[in-house]
Design a binder for this molecule. Structure first.
Ligand code: PEP
Length: 247
């Protein structure tokens, strides 16, 4: 099945009202795209403003809580970010898995809650440098993925997977294209084992120091359906060359 390319930006903990103009600029630049879907996952505080500033453009959240509601001070639920206007959410980013101790079970619960709310999900997986250096990356990511995938018949229609080697995030280091192809192939097989034919609608993105200068090579790597972009998604000037490389 031919899949459209998908480039999503992750603003992480960056952005205030003063930066919303960049979202408008990116959304306008994306209006003429023919074969690429684009989204920006902004801080929760900016979702409503971003939706207003970029009508028709896909705004996402960066996380949702693994419970639907309750006494979780400081957290936001899938229902809340959807209510604010988010059409999708990232779950399982390594900065939350590693930094905040989120488990595969948490990630699966978040994905299921978001999908039940009618949202799309970008589910992140990836290995540490230590795991890569000990030759365990393929096995590790396959296990992490299988334990994190939502157990729902409708899941494939709403899911993208982002393969993000932790050591490549924000470091300027990019995985070798051969390693990216091998990992995406392993992820594709795991998705087929889990969802059967449904796997073919799921896009597998690469993430980790994607820039305008390396995007084309990454996008022409076998099995790559797009990218999750952190630092280079904050301005139209940095982000649009990546999007254009996907077209
Ligand atoms: C990310 O945060 O998902 C990411 C890939 O970051 P960067 O592009 O900055 O490496």
């Amino acid at each position: 099945m031919a899949r459209r390319m998908f480039v999503a930006g992750n603003w992480k903990m960056h952005g205030t009202r003063a930066d919303v103009g960049q979202i408008t600029a990116i959304s306008i630049d994306c209006e003429t795209l023919k074969q690429t879907d684009v989204a920006l996952c902004v801080p929760s505080t900016l979702i409503t403003r971003a939706v207003a500033a970029a009508p028709g453009f896909t705004i996402g959240a960066q996380d949702v809580h693994h419970e639907s509601k309750g006494a979780f001070t400081g957290s936001v639920s899938a229902e809340m970010v959807r209510d604010a206007g988010a059409k999708l959410t990232i779950v399982g980013h390594s900065e939350r898995r590693e930094g905040l101790g989120e488990t595969n079970e948490d990630v699966r619960a978040k994905a299921e809650l978001a999908i039940n709310m009618g949202m799309r999900v970008i589910l992140c997986v990836g290995e540490s440098l230590k795991v890569r250096e000990t030759g365990q990356a393929l096995r590790h990511v396959e296990e992490q993925l299988k334990a994190s995938l939502p157990d729902m018949v409708t899941a494939p229609l709403h899911l993208s997977i982002a393969y993000e080697p932790i050591w490549a995030i924000g470091t300027g280091k990019v995985a070798e294209v051969g390693d990216i192809a091998a990992m995406h192939n392993r992820i594709r097989n795991a998705l087929e084992q889990t969802y059967g034919e449904g796997h073919s609608s799921i896009r597998i993105l690469y993430g980790g120091s994607v820039k305008g200068s390396n995007a084309r090579e990454i996008f022409t790597t076998e099995g790559v359906d797009g990218a999750l972009v952190g630092g280079a998604s904050l301005t139209a000037e940095d982000f649009m060359p990546i999007v254009e490389a996907a077209e």
